[in-house]
Write a protein that binds this ligand. Structure first.
Ligand SMILES: [Zn+2]
Length: 438
């Protein structure tokens, strides 16, 4: 049988209160455990079409049901199979469910919830997973709402808000969106691995990592090798998830289960505690977060003279420079300007380009962040400057380099362009380049 339902790329998300005085009993009746829709008391209220629809989503004849009042009709109308429902109550997220069947049927609602005939919208849930450790203030933070916001009414989130919550809570869409898939308890990853840990707890775990070595530490705390984030701690890079897991064990916090290893749950809280965290899967994301000033004030901690010229330290320096130049947000779609051609381009088409070649820099020049570098695009500017086809004169104007054929770039708008990035702090670096290539 072919399922006619094709999931959309990005589901919508409905917030549904599930624990207030008025609805607690309803939850007990139709959500705590699935009920039989073949039971005549329910079946008599279903049209042939509704019955067919339910059968399609719930082969065993059992389903969990929830609903909403008529004043939420407009919200409910926008939902389709595969969309997500976040059930709130007791000041936290309780469950997440995937929407299966949906109808507007007052008689069905009255049969399901006899206590109070206020609901007319009825929907079924194909997967229901408990959510641990997400309080209302945390949910409010994901949504940029005030911390006091209480999620006590039915509410459809915008697509943008939905994506913030999916990223923040750590919802596994591959799983949540497949309506025919059997329930897989435990597969959903928990949010909040860093919640409850302070700087000292993380530092203790880092010290133990250094003492034990990587393999022994991973083994001791049953942690996996880092797929995304590593903490830079003086002379070593330690797998961030493993460190957080170790810190949870060491401080007696619950550590079992599968945890989310994303930006919101791992990198952002660690950076907030003052750690530098590199994304080993992305060359774009700066280790101190998106604020360029953080790199300037803390460069010496991570790029000091003890840093030998290893590949690791060069990669680290590049990510510091990116962050300091404002091209290290790591956000998909983030844009910034190429210092040479002035085009506004996606971050992944820009590099932190040394104004004076790195190999010719002294130690103090190397850590003169961000003045030693400029954002340059991969559409030509970076290579043209590095190879001396173009150079920049004392006024900050782009000139043809001496090795370039005059016709090579004669028509190009690059030549004669005055750079806004040229300033007193960068002048001597540009002058070095100019002396070589003019
Ligand atoms: Zn450019």
């Amino acid at each position: 049988m072919v399922d006619p339902f094709v999931p959309r790329k990005q589901p919508r998300l409905l917030i549904a209160p599930s624990y207030g005085a008025a609805v607690k009993g309803r939850w007990h009746n139709t959500m705590d455990s699935p009920i039989s829709f073949k039971d005549p008391a329910v079946a008599v209220h279903l049209s042939a079409r509704e019955r067919q629809d339910l059968d399609r989503h719930h082969h065993d004849g059992l389903a969990r049901f929830w609903g909403a009042k008529p004043r939420f009709d407009r919200d409910i109308d926008q939902l389709t199979t595969g969309d997500l429902v976040l059930f709130t109550g007791q000041s936290r997220l309780r469950y997440i469910g995937t929407l299966g069947f949906k109808t507007r049927n007052e008689r069905l609602a009255s049969a399901l919830w006899q206590d109070e005939p206020s609901w007319t919208n009825v929907y079924s849930i194909t997967e229901l997973q408990p959510i641990a450790d997400v309080s209302y203030p945390q949910l409010a933070a994901f949504l940029h709402f005030s911390p006091q916001y209480s999620f006590q009414r039915t509410q459809l989130l915008t697509p943008e808000q939905t994506s913030w919550v999916i990223a923040g809570v750590g919802i596994d869409l591959g799983n949540a969106q497949a309506p025919r898939q059997a329930e897989q308890p435990g597969r959903r990853r928990r949010a909040g691995i860093a919640v409850g840990l302070d700087r000292a707890a993380v530092q203790d775990a880092l010290d133990e990592w250094r003492d034990l070595g990587k393999q022994a530490f991973l083994q001791k705390y049953e942690a996996n090798e880092a797929a995304r984030y590593a903490i830079i701690d003086r002379d070593c890079e330690a797998d961030a998830m493993a460190i957080l897991l170790g810190a949870r064990h060491r401080t007696g916090l619950p550590a079992d289960g599968h945890w989310r290893g994303d930006l919101v749950n791992v990198a952002a809280p660690l950076r907030k505690l003052g750690f530098a965290v590199v994304n080993i899967a992305s060359e774009l994301e700066g280790p101190l977060g998106p604020q360029p000033s953080a790199y300037v004030t803390r460069a010496h901690e991570f790029l000091g003279p003890t840093d030998s010229l290893t590949l690791q330290s060069i990669r680290r320096e590049q990510s510091f420079l990116r962050g300091a130049l404002g091209i290290g947000t790591g956000r998909p779609g983030a844009q910034a300007e190429c210092a040479l051609c002035g085009r506004l381009l996606p971050e992944d088409l820009l590099v932190a380009s040394h104004i004076k070649p790195r190999a010719r820099c002294t130690e103090s020049e190397r850590i003169d962040i961000p003045n030693i570098a400029m954002p340059a695009c991969l559409l030509g500017c970076d290579a043209l400057y590095e190879r001396g086809y173009i150079t920049v004169d004392g006024d900050g104007t782009v000139r043809l380099g001496k090795t370039a054929e005059p016709h090579l770039l004669a028509q190009d708008q690059l030549i004669g362009r005055k750079l806004t990035i040229h300033n007193a702090a960068r002048a001597e670096y540009f002058a070095w380049h100019h002396a070589q290539h003019a």
